[in-house]
Structure formats: C-alpha cells, structure tokens
Design a protein around this ligand. Sequence first.
Ligand code: PAF
Length: 296
Amino acid sequence: MKIIHTVEALREARAALSGTVALVPTMGALHAGHQTLMAQGRQLADHVIASVFVNPTQFGPNEDFNVYPRDLDADARRCEEEGVAILFAPTPDAIYPPGFATTIHVAGLTDGLCGPWRPGHFDGVATVVAKLLLIVSPDLAIFGQKDYQQLAVIRRITADLHLATKIVGAPTVREADGLAMSSRNRYLTPVSRAQATKLSQAMTRAWVAWQAGERDAAALVKLARDLVATIPDSSIDYVEVVDPDSLSDYTKQADPIPDARGAVIALAVRVAGARLIDNLRLDGPLPAPLAHHIPS
Ligand code: PAF
C-alpha cells in the first residue's frame, strides 16, 4: 500500500492504476464500519483508494477538531488489512492552498436536522468531498448511511456538478447492542457507552409503531424522544421524522405520513458531551442488532 500526502503524487499514482477505482473518504480514527466500506469497495472495483483527512472546514469553532482522534499508523494498518491500494493522507495546505476562496453550499437539504446545529458544517463537507472526487476521479465513492444527511448532500453535489463518480451508500455498521459505530464513540465513558444504546432502542420503538400502522409524525417522534430523554447527562439536539429524499420534517405537515414516501427517523444527541447521530428507515427492514433489542 502506498501512503501519499500530496495532490500531485496522488494523481500520478491513480493514473498508474489500471481498472476501476473505489474511493472511501474518511477522517481517520478508522473502525470496523470504515473497514466494511473498504471491503465493499474491493468487491465493486479493481482498486480501493482510502483518504484520511480531518477536514477543518466542517468543524465549528466550539467543536472537536483539535481533539479529534488522529493515528495514521493505526489507520494505515486497517487500510492494509482491507487491501487498500493507496492511502491518501493530505495535509491541510494540500487541500486548502493559500488564497483558497471557493465553498460549495447545498441549499434545502441542509436546512434541517444537523444543519442548524452545525452552521457551515455541510459547506465544509460538500467542499472537501467535491475536492476529493476531483482529485481522485474515482469510478465510485462509498459513504456510510449513518451520516444520512451527509449522503444526501453528496448525492446532490455529484448530480449538480456533473461529477462522473457513482455514489454508493453503505448500511450502518452497529455494535452487538445496536449502537452505530462512530469514531466519536471513543469519547464515551463505560457508563455513557452503556446508556448510548438507548439511541438505537428509541429509533426501534418508532419502527415498531410504524410497522403497527402509526403514521403521525409527532407521535413517532414522541415515542423515541421519551426514551432518549431518560439518558442521564445528555441533551437532545433533535429527534425528527423526515422524508427520505427531501429530508423535510414531517411534523411540520398536517397530514399523516404517506406510505408511498416512507420515512426516516434521525436523531442527534449529546451523551456526556459526545455528539452522537443515528438514523433508521421506518419503512425498511430492522437491521439484525436492533431486532435483538426491541424495547418494551
Ligand atoms: O464522514 C466523514 O468522515 C466526513 O464527513 C467525510 C465524508 C470524509 C468528509 O470529510
């Protein structure tokens, strides 16, 4: 595996690869969820390029940019285990050259969910992902569905900017008790880690109600929110039930949720200071770990 730090060297190494390329963009602190994305890349393409870049422009001034876990050696080992051909780990200067003044903003999709809680976050994500897609020019790029809104934003920029890369969404990888894997789970203490399982249980409650015919968005939100609210030392940014494509908040519409549209429950909760997000398609199958922990 080659480890490359500059745009020029990456372009040269990428041009030397024959066959198709899958890109797995990450911010490092790699875990089994990322490795699943890489394994999927190996199935879908001849070569996998992974990137590790803690993107400063997607963090707010009071967020965890400075403490975000960084361990390139450990990340490289995980990439190597998955047969990654190139690990692209650029410096901030390589991605944001002096005088950098271009930002991509996606309207509409970023109005709700994490948008208002993380001003500028999706501009940072959209800009860096567009850059990575233009630098690497992969045939496909794989992103986890845990970041549901991010995936929607990335699909939008790819379509709007006529980028040739196919965007692939990969199912969220969960711990045995249902907690979605995330680099930020490292911030949890054993006590808050145990409490964090209530996030997936809360979404499962809403899923069970949906399956039983509940189509009132406020009722679905309340079921989930009531359980999340029992987590000690936590605060809820949002629990929302949204349209799977437009991400519009169903509680702002008077009518019951139309079956033909389906619904996603999405939440962001600070558990003992760690901001965790998760989501679940209510009209889809219940992923195995959640099915084992259906709350009463
Ligand atoms: O999901 C992430 O890790 C990041 O937001 C991404 C897509 C790599 C952009 O920095």
